[in-house]
Design a binder for this molecule. Sequence first.
Ligand code: ZN
Length: 261
Amino acid sequence: MTNAPCDCAERIAAAYLAQHDHPAASDSVEIYQTSLMSGLIAGVYEGETTLGDLFTHGDFGLGTFDNLDGELIAFDKEAHQLRSDGSASATTNDQKTPFAVVTEFNPSVEITLDEAMDSDAIEALIDRLVPSENHFCAIRIDGDFEWVSTRTVPRQERPYKPMLEAIAEQPTFDFKESSGTMIGFRTPSYLQGVNVAGYHIHYITDQRDGGGHVLNYRVTRGTLQLSVISKLRIDLPRTSDFLDADLNPADIDEAIRQAEA
Ligand code: ZN
């Protein structure tokens, strides 16, 4: 993690933008999300949305499961559950989620990555390609990774603790020299609490034997795909847990930064 910052973000973005405009949001694609990130922070860990329902709005996205039972990653009509014991399994349509974000991924940017870049450099590249942070950006990276560091939330039982307490002992995982796929979003900062402001990325290996919520990584080669999205649809739970939750605490920004860092 001590690699000197490269100028590759600047260089790759300049080469791309010499031949293309900045990507713009498509007219038809929307982000669909169930519940709110502030709901998770408050300990609302049971949703009403099944994965079957969720995936009618798109097969690309991320989230978690009822009881905060691991990390969800979905793309190419497959979805996986990455649990805190390190296991990975295919999901079933009857599983429920208390928070998830999906879309139909139609990338308008595809860039070949042929030199090593860490997560900061990749984010700097995306920020140059899509300079306005006021729309969503859906992100996919397929590649070979020198290392990927992830964490996975641990399953909770009632009475539920707020998320910062629930994740105090969450395990982290380090994948060395692995190949896999990263799926995620850059969300506008004005949506902190509604969603996770900034970058939120999940990872799964090509072998589908591990992954999680990405903390940081270094990609050695691969493909970066992006799609800019300007529509957002949210379904709010009708459960008493949701109705009774304090969804606007004073420290929500700090809480989400701690929970999702
Ligand atoms: Zn996550």
